[in-house]
Ligand binder design. Structure first.
Ligand code: 7PJ
Length: 297
């Protein structure tokens, strides 16, 4: 069984979200995080034993996500936490490709690949991935061309500097206008390179070169991102901003994460990227059945 490709002429992101059983009912899609790294910040090593990726463990996790009602599975082989060891392209391919192929074979779920590498984009697309999620907004050498030729929907995320330096004194003139300006500029570059505007999802990049105050300003301004007309992805799950606001370590940030996912959905996010799929799906179902009105800001 496989999530089928969008019908000819259908808006690709709409098709992806509809495939994730969502957009037609204006519901927010839950994207489940599947890290296949030895060192991701809150769940590293679950699907990688330090030497190689554990495909069976990854499949068990996806099975749980599917049962819980996940919309998209986001598979990533590079940790972007500040002190992570950089990964070479070959290693990233060895981590993500077997998992993409195995998930594709077993599950009827849209698959996103979390990568900045042209080679990984090409290989993942050939293996049947349905979306490219790039924290570097396709700025790495060759990534833009690879994404354009894949024809897949892409998520462009904002990051200031690189993971190893991004938290050294982040500075913005105005974080909201700076980040929206960057994303609009990357959207234009992508469209000039041949991408369809409807292929593009944007993401403020919570925690990537931002203080907690910056993150909060961006969160309050989500309606401005939504107003660009592009679907918005929000990734705040277990992030440090929640830890700082509540004074809690990464493994105790579930409630904060779920609440922020609900707020993001109320403010019009199309996709929320989360570790805790079951709890987030439950919370969003409650939001949807109770018809909580959109928060106007
Ligand atoms: C994000 C991401 C995010 C998008 C990561 C983590 C760090 N991709 N990849 N947005 N974060 N689009 O999961 O905490 O916020 S890795």
């Amino acid at each position: 069984m496989n999530y089928s490709a969008p019908a000819q002429g259908m808006n690709p992101v709409r098709a992806l979200l509809a495939g994730a059983r969502a957009l037609e009912e204006k519901k927010t899609v839950v994207m489940g995080i599947l890290n296949v790294t030895p060192d991701s910040f809150s769940d590293g090593g679950q699907h990688h034993n330090g030497r190689r990726v554990d495909v069976n463990a990854a499949l068990r996790t996806v099975e749980g996500m599917q049962r819980a009602g996940v919309g998209i599975v986001d598979i990533g082989g590079e940790s972007t936490r500040p002190d992570a060891t950089p990964v070479c392209e070959r290693e990233e391919l060895d981590r993500v490709l077997p998992v993409i192929s195995a998930v594709k074979e077993r599950f009827d779920l849209p698959i996103s690949v979390d990568t900045s590498s042209a080679e990984v984009i090409r290989a993942a697309a050939a293996a049947g991935a349905h979306m490219v999620n790039d924290v570097r907004a396709l700025q790495r050498c060759g990534a833009l061309d690879a994404a354009v030729s894949s024809g897949l929907p892409v998520c462009l995320m904002h990051m200031q500097k690189q993971p190893s330096t991004m938290q050294d004194d982040p500075f913005y003139h105005d974080v909201v206008t700076d980040v929206i300006g960057f994303l609009l500029q990357r959207r234009n570059v992508c469209v000039q390179a041949g991408m369809k505007p409807e292929q593009i999802v944007i993401d403020p990049g919570f925690g990537f070169g931002k203080t907690t105050a910056h993150n909060m300003q961006l969160f309050h301004a989500l309606n401005q991102f939504v107003a660009t007309g592009m679907p918005v992805l929000v990734g705040v799950s277990r992030k440090r901003m929640i830890g700082e606001l509540l004074g809690l370590p990464a493994d105790e940030r579930l409630i904060g994460s779920v609440i922020l996912a609900v707020f993001a959905a109320q403010r019009g996010a199309s996709i929320v990227r989360v570790h805790d799929v079951e709890e987030t799906v439950q919370a969003l179902r409650m939001l949807h059945v109770t018809h909580t009105p959109l928060v106007a800001e």
